[in-house]
Design a binder for this molecule. Structure first.
Ligand code: B1M
Length: 214
């Protein structure tokens, strides 16, 4: 991370200064830094440090909440920039996406949704803590051909399996390709629960989605 602004963005997240995070992100956009560079090399490394410090007991829940508010504010500035970079794309598919029941982590899920939409997919973002039945109902309503399931906790990743089972019970498993993601998720887990694929990040999710609907 050579850029000074990116370093400052990371530090502002770690030190819990959301207003500075937002202001620095605005400056980075003005300086013509790519939105994904700002996310991957400024905001996310900051969030990773905050997460590590939480795990070791150095930080507490309020630290996570403050860091997330900075990142969310920055994402509000970055989303239109991400979308502006992809114009006049043909709709390549329809995706229903959400963070699974019991999981209120929203930033990564929203980033995936924004990037998918910027890449020409029609996206129905159901938000966080989404009940299993709500995913099923939305797929039936929209005729979506892709389902994106985000889970950030080892305790909620099992809900991804429940949703795949519910798709089977509803007789619509063949209609949708299921993409799963989130920090504790792996290809191995995707294979175990019968998902169609795992993506490590938003860019990976787009590549995978395009491959799956091709
Ligand atoms: Co929470 N939290 N949190 N948290 N939190 C983690 C996930 C944790 C790893 C922190 C840690 O201990 N190191 C840990 C989970 C441990 C585990 O289960 N293995 C944890 C915990 C324990 C908890 C609570 C249980 C804490 C408590 O209450 N004691 C609690 C649970 C709440 C719940 O959901 N029921 C909790 C709460 C919260 C806040 C609400 C305070 C806040 C979220 C606020 C919000 O979203 N509005 C929060 C935060 C901010 C974090 C960390 C620090 C950052 C998450 C984040 O936004 N990252 C996180 C530590 C970490 O991740 N380093 C942590 C930035 C975001 C862009 O990345 O979401 O990973 P991420 O998304 C990535 C990829 O994962 C991927 O693409 C994105 C990047 O391009 N991806 C997908 C995500 N979804 C995808 C879907 C796809 C494909 C890719 O296809 C569909």
């Amino acid at each position: 991370m050579s850029n000074k602004l990116l370093m400052q963005i990371m530090t502002s997240i770690v030190e819990g200064e959301p207003e500075a995070t937002i202001d620095l992100t605005r400056q980075a956009i003005k300086a013509n830094l790519e939105p994904l560079t700002i996310i991957d090399d400024g905001l996310m490394p900051g969030m990773d440090i905050v997460g590590d410090r939480f795990q070791t007991g150095e930080y507490f829940l309020p630290h996570l909440i403050i860091a997330a508010s900075g990142m969310k504010g920055a994402m509000e500035l970055l989303e239109p920039e991400l979308k502006a970079r992809q114009q006049a794309l043909e709709t390549t598919g329809t995706m229903v996406i959400g963070s699974v029941a019991g999981d209120i982590h929203e930033i990564g899920k929203s980033l995936v949704g924004t990037m998918m939409s910027a890449s020409g997919f029609q996206v129905h973002d159901l938000g966080v803590d989404v009940p299993v039945e709500a995913f099923i109902a939305k797929i039936k309503e929209t005729g979506a051909n892709l389902l994106g399931l985000s889970a950030l906790l080892t305790t909620t990743m099992t809900v991804q399996r429940k949703i795949i089972m519910a798709l089977e019970e509803a007789g619509i498993r063949d209609q949708v390709k299921v993409i799963i993601g989130g920090a504790p998720i792996s290809q191995e887990w995707a294979d175990t629960i019968g998902a169609d694929g795992y993506a490590e990040d938003a860019v990976g999710a787009i590549e995978l989605a395009k491959r799956l609907v091709a």
